[in-house]
Ligand binder design. Structure first.
Ligand code: LP5
Ligand code: MN
Length: 243
């Protein structure tokens, strides 16, 4: 039995191939898992649990199947869906976790997080993150009419795409010192995160490693942890054949 980790699926109504692939994953591969951890950016954007988007209902119904099979599902917020709240999590049967979260898997100490907080060289983003994580701003935003919230989110996405095109990859990747500090602080042997869309297994000093999930664009990405291994797997989003 394995514990599965995924992130950065970026579900949205416009990308039906990714939705189909994710539903296939939930109805097949995930049913053999011991637990499923979603490490943020499940959705392209989240503007409130009261958004009547039919995709949200479709995904919650599919996630409920895990609960019915006694497969726990956990969710850590990403930078796109940090407003996903308890109300939606309950309809999915997901447990919301704060990050970073340290867990023991068959005696292996693992720290999990979305990954955006490790990108400390991107000071512009970290400032933006601090602002939008203020509770009062979030409450104010969530009290606005849905069409206005959607317009603001679209403006933010457009601005983000624009500034990301100018930023270097180095700035948008994780900061090595931030990684080492968190590993030392938590005592974890393995770190699992997403966000950077740069799937890889990075060996670190002291027999430790950092495993990075990919985004579900052309390929799906999943990390499987068993009692004996930590594997990063990619599969075609169209056929969902595992490799
Ligand atoms: O998301 P991605 O991969 O493109 O880039 C991220 C960082 N960008 C973001 C912004 C999100 O994409 C926007 C999400 C909208 C969520 C829903 C609305 C919630 C509103 C809540 C209000 C309380 O996270 C990007 C990083 C990149 O990852 C790599 O790490 O670089 O960071 C930025 O783009 C931040 C910019 O550097 C500065 C922020 C510009 C936003 C200005 C907003 C103006 C909108 C005005 C509306 C009135
Ligand atoms: Mn992200």
């Amino acid at each position: 039995m394995s514990t599965l980790f995924i992130s950065d699926i970026h579900l949205c109504a416009q990308n039906s191939a990714t939705t189909a692939s994710f539903l296939h994953f939930l109805r097949n591969r995930a049913l053999d898992a011991q637990a499923l951890y979603i490490l943020g950016d499940l959705f392209e954007t989240w503007i409130g649990d009261d958004d009547p988007n039919p995709l949200h209902h479709e995904i919650s119904v599919a996630l409920q199947i895990l609960g019915q099979r006694c497969i726990p599902c956990y969710f850590i917020h990403g930078n796109r869906d940090f407003l996903l709240g308890k109300r939606y999590a309950i309809t999915c049967g997901m447990t919301l976790l704060s990050a970073p979260q340290v867990m023991q898997l068959d005696g292996l100490s693992v720290v999990i997080l979305h990954g955006d907080t490790l990108c400390t060289d991107d000071s512009e983003y970290q400032n933006f993150r601090r602002l939008v994580h203020q509770r009062w701003r979030q409450r104010l935003f969530l009290s606005l009419p849905l069409p206005l919230r959607l317009r603001i989110a679209n403006r933010m996405r457009a601005k983000s795409l624009h500034v990301n095109a100018i930023k270097t990859y180095d700035i948008m990747d994780v900061n090595t010192q931030a990684v080492m500090t968190l590993m030392a602080h938590t005592g974890a042997k393995v770190m699992i995160h997403g966000h950077t869309h740069l799937p890889a297994i990075h060996r670190l000093p002291g027999a430790r490693c950092r495993v990075v999930l990919g985004a579900w664009h052309r390929h799906g990405s999943v990390i499987e942890v068993t009692a004996t291994s930590v594997k990063l797997c990619e599969f075609s989003v169209k056929t969902t054949d595992y490799s």
